[in-house]
Design a protein around this ligand. Structure first.
Ligand SMILES: CC(C)(COP(=O)(O)OP(=O)(O)OC[C@H]1O[C@@H](n2cnc3c(N)ncnc32)[C@H](O)[C@@H]1OP(=O)(O)O)[C@@H](O)C(=O)NCCC(=O)NCCS
Length: 200
């Protein structure tokens, strides 16, 4: 079984929408009210535009035997109470046909690498309180609840809880900074990079 994670391109938009809608249907059934139609949010044209101009986010896909079966988006944390250098997993979906094969874990590992490489010191995410599978998954990935909760109309006011993890210092100042769109390297990181180059 071959799992590969790579940057998403505009050619992936249809596959990503399919993966996300199927994951939403299976994963959120009985939790998010039926009046919330995920097709409003998941539209291939809109996604293609976002992939063309990702701004401060990074979009990646996981392929299983060459077929796109998972999707993750990371960026700076959007919460008003976020400490500096906090990143966020904005979205994460794996097609139900590929659940429990390790794609989710591979995507989270990749997400942490992207965020750590961009200088973020911690990562957070929101997930549904009533989804035992998502909670078990994030806990298996090393995240822990930080006590925050919220309700948003986009999810039919279902209760969401926040998870957090500290990112390894080792990744800060790593080479990924130079190619990452998430943020510009800080002066401190540029200094570390110049020191590394001088030593190599
Ligand atoms: C949550 C989700 C991303 C997990 O993806 P996945 O590829 O199935 O996860 P993995 O195979 O990498 O699982 C890694 C570990 O997480 C835990 N885990 C994953 N799914 C689980 C479940 N349904 N029940 C209990 N534990 C689970 C296990 O410890 C698993 O390791 P194991 O299979 O060796 O026991 C996927 O189920 C999904 O897309 N769900 C719907 C959308 C969603 O909830 N997204 C996240 C919140 S927005």
């Amino acid at each position: 079984m071959t799992i590969a994670v790579r940057a998403a391109t505009t050619d992936d938009a249809d596959s990503i929408v399919e993966v996300s809608l199927r994951a939403w249907e299976e994963g959120f059934r009985g939790i998010v009210p039926k009046r919330i139609d995920p097709r409003q949010a998941w539209n291939p044209e809109r996604l293609r535009a976002r992939l063309r101009e990702p701004g401060e986010t990074e979009h990646s896909v996981a392929e299983l035997e060459g077929r796109v079966m998972g999707y993750v988006v990371v960026g700076p944390c959007r919460d008003h109470d976020a400490p500096a250098r906090t990143g966020e997993i904005w979205a994460l979906y794996v097609h139900p046909d590929a659940w429990r094969l390790g794609l989710g874990r591979a995507l989270v590992r990749h997400a942490f690498g992207e965020l750590g490489g961009a200088g973020f010191r911690a990562a957070t995410l929101w997930t549904l309180a009533e989804s035992p599978s998502a909670r078990a998954f994030y806990e298996a990935c090393g995240l822990a609840r930080d006590g925050a909760s919220q309700r948003r109309e986009a999810l039919g006011s279902s209760l969401e809880i926040r998870y957090r993890i500290a990112l390894s210092e080792r990744r800060v100042g790593g080479r990924a900074v130079r190619s990452c769109r998430l943020c510009l390297p800080s002066l401190e990181q540029l200094y570390v990079l110049s020191q590394r180059s001088a030593l190599e």
